[in-house]
Design a protein around this ligand. Structure first.
Ligand code: CMP
Length: 228
């Protein structure tokens, strides 16, 4: 296998501690799959037996209710993984995962992944660290949804997006492809109108800059301090 064929795994934090030879082994265990924008990769409540790593593109993790209303739990980009929950506990998929841009994913089956965890405990440790981080974010979301007003909840979603898909530069964070206002509303547990009003308010006070669907948080630390 040429180094190009497993190089994509080098930027994946859970594989960061592996040697070339080991990365090559992992690459051989899985397959690369392409998805178009809007394709469903994983469906909530179905049984699941594979883990996915994002090589390129972006996905959203969503849960829907009986009326088809959707709440976005998270978004992931290159180097991140999903599908570990049902792989580890053997239950149904906890949420659906949908490609929100053209994406290439690396899929690895349960048995092969579990075997690589036994063989390379560094992967298991990195996986646990990432799951702890996700629990912290979920805790932030719970706090925000239960304790914050609309401004705080919208700000919290912007901070989550900044952490998930933002590009940090000199204290600012740029979020390209801001999700639709309806999606932000679904993440913040509020209405689209409220999101629109809050974004205008943040622009007016100078804490964010909006151009098309590119959003910049002008001073990430200050914004975080004010709203967390
Ligand atoms: P799994 O349950 O196998 O399939 C859906 C995946 O979505 C799940 O594994 C996780 O990878 C991901 N997921 C579910 N809930 C959350 C959450 N609250 N935050 C981040 N990722 C999640």
């Amino acid at each position: 296998m040429s180094s190009e064929e497993y190089n994509f795994l080098r930027n994946v934090p859970i594989f960061a501690d592996l040697e070339d030879k080991e990365l090559e082994k992992i690459a051989k265990l899985g397959t690369r799959q392409k998805y178009k924008k809007g394709n469903i990769v994983v469906l909530e409540k179905e049984s699941g037996a594979a883990l996915f790593v994002i090589i390129s593109g972006k996905v959203k993790v969503v849960r829907t209710d009986e009326e088809g209303r959707e709440v976005i739990l998270s978004m992931f980009g290159p180097g991140e993984f999903f599908g570990e929950m049902s792989l580890l506990d053997g239950l149904a998929r906890s949420a659906s995962v949908v490609a929100i841009s053209k994406s290439e994913l690396f899929m690895i089956h349960r048995r092969d992944f579990l075997e690589s965890l036994h063989q390379f405990p560094a992967i298991a440790i990195a996986l646990l660290a990432e799951m702890a981080m996700r629990l912290r974010k979920a805790d932030m979301q719970i706090k925000s949804l239960s304790l914050k007003d609309a401004a705080g909840r919208v700000a919290n979603v912007l901070l989550i997006l900044a952490d998930d898909v933002g590009v940090f530069r000199k204290g600012k964070v740029e979020i390209d492809d801001l999700p639709l206002q309806q999606d932000v509303a679904n993440m913040a547990g509020t209405s689209r109108e409220t999101v629109s009003r809050m974004l205008h308010e943040f622009v007016r006070e100078g804490s964010i800059h909006l151009k098309g669907n590119k959003l910049t948080i002008n001073d990430y630390e200050a914004f975080r301090k004010t709203h967390l």
